[in-house]
Design a protein around this ligand. Structure first.
Ligand code: PBG
Length: 340
């Protein structure tokens, strides 16, 4: 036609078609909104909470600004705020009064998480309560299972995880989320839940959970740093992608209802790869170290916390996550209300 790019003398020299212009659909806020491919919504967010013994406790965790240890009475108030913000779910972590070698506090019916779940479900029954199932916050050695001669035992740990899951369900937990990374724990927990008649309690599996240095602030908050060694014999090697697909596939075969990739930001390729092999709801955990990095940079005035956080969370949705566990959930719910 010879007319392409007409009006720009120099354009006629371009050896390609200039009919299509990417900038056309970016020219106004309304247009950008209309063609936006990924939408971040408050209903995609899950808020993590730490519960501690005592009364009237609300103490900030030093490495996680604006995140608190709450005693049950104040935790219930916090949950009301979460519900009012439109966030559909919380995930609970407990710090027990005592720790022992077998992590008894994890599966005792009057354990800290069990008590907290009962209180939350009676005060705000509409708020979904997810419970993290693991032994590391409850064992004196800080490992996620039973330890013998320095080794974290797999099969011997399974009954304790199953018992923990059942006691959470009995307290009213809506979703059970095992984070220990023992092999076959999904099968063991599903069987135990079914035998206890919790046929309809879903399991959210921390399926692809990496041995990550980004859990540092959490371990300080949960006082769950291993007393010796590390978690590399059960959590995944950060260098592996194919292995995550194997973990996800076996957890689905064992009965997982939802799948998690954790951490989030350094693992977006894993989120995408997992998205492509399953239609189950896919959750990612924007972990403590990722949160701490943003907070530290924002405190120094180096990054705009609101814009950076919304960009990161949107990126996780774009990578393929349906739901995001994030310490920024309450802030994000506020920002999303007046974000354009
Ligand atoms: C317990 C657990 C951990 C996190 C969630 N569940 C710590 C760990 O595996 O060492 C980390 C969460 C975070 O860093 O925000 N096993």
């Amino acid at each position: 036609m010879g007319q392409k790019g007409k009006g720009f003398a120099s354009m006629n020299q371009f050896p390609f078609d200039t009919t299509s212009r990417a900038r056309r659909l970016r020219s106004s806020a309304a247009l950008r909104t209309m063609v936006r491919e990924t939408v971040l919504s408050v209903s995609d967010l899950i808020y993590p909470l730490f519960v501690v013994p005592g009364k009237g406790v609300r103490s900030e965790i030093p490495s996680m600004p604006d995140v608190f240890h709450h005693s049950i009475d104040l935790l219930v108030e916090e949950c009301r705020k979460v519900l009012d913000a439109g966030i559909p779910a919380v995930i609970l972590f407990g710090l027990p009064e005592y720790k022992d070698e077998r992590g008894t506090g994890a599966y005792s019916d009057d354990g800290i998480v069990q008590q907290a779940v009962r209180s939350i479900k009676s005060a705000t029954p509409e708020l979904l309560v997810i419970t993290d199932v693991c032994l590391c916050e409850y064992t004196s050695h800080g490992h996620c299972g039973l330890v013998e001669h320095g080794e974290t035992l797999n099969d011997a740990t399974l009954p304790l995880l199953a018992q923990t899951a059942v006691s959470h369900a009995r307290s009213g937990a809506d979703i059970i989320a095992p984070s220990d990374m023992m092999d076959f724990r999904i099968a063991a927990i599903r069987q135990a839940l079914d035998e206890a008649s919790f046929l309809n309690t879903p399991i959210l599996s921390y399926a692809a959970k990496y041995a990550s240095a980004f859990y540092g602030p959490f371990r300080e908050a949960a006082q769950s740093t291993p007393a010796f060694g590390d978690r590399r014999t059960y959590q995944m090697d950060p260098a592996n992608l194919r292995e995550s697909l194997k973990e996800v596939t076996s957890d689905i075969d064992e009965g997982a209802d939802m799948i998690m990739v954790k951490p989030a930001l350094a693992y977006m390729d894993v989120i995408r790869a997992v998205r492509e092999i399953t239609d189950l709801p896919l959750v990612t955990y924007n972990v403590s170290g990722e949160y701490a990095m943003v907070k530290a940079a924002a405190a120094n005035g180096w990054l705009d916390e609101r814009l950076v956080t919304l960009e990161l969370l949107t990126g996780l949705r774009r990578a393929g996550a349906d739901l995001i566990i994030t310490y920024h959930a309450l802030d994000a719910s506020r920002w999303l209300r007046n974000f354009s």
